[in-house]
Design a protein around this ligand. Sequence first.
Ligand code: ZN
Length: 135
Amino acid sequence: MEEIILPREFMRRILSHGRSAYPDEACGILAGEENVVKVMYEATNLESSPVSYMLDPGEQFRIMKEIRDRGMRMVAIYHSHPLAPPYPSQKDINLVFYHDAAYIIAGLLDRADPQVKAFEIIDGQVREIGIKELD
Ligand SMILES: [Zn+2]
């Protein structure tokens, strides 16, 4: 995946989810077709932590089923970094399970100027990919 196509509405919602979970990390799933995001699911961070997240497995299972039922695929998993730059932590890298999904991180360290970045993480290798916002 070279870039993700993300409607601005979802960009706003990722940031507002991150702000509402602050100082804990927020997480969720973005689904759609190919690299185009069409649906966003806010999820529960089981760890309630400012430095890590864990999707609730039962909730994730229900979301994944709904995505399949809609004929879509999981395009990305997003989470926020309330206290760190928007770059995958070693734990984020270790926990990567889906190689065909992108990982989006919303960096809220500078809350007045949040930064959202997307990455492909394969076999421990992190590569930034583009985010193209759609109106
Ligand atoms: Zn992280």
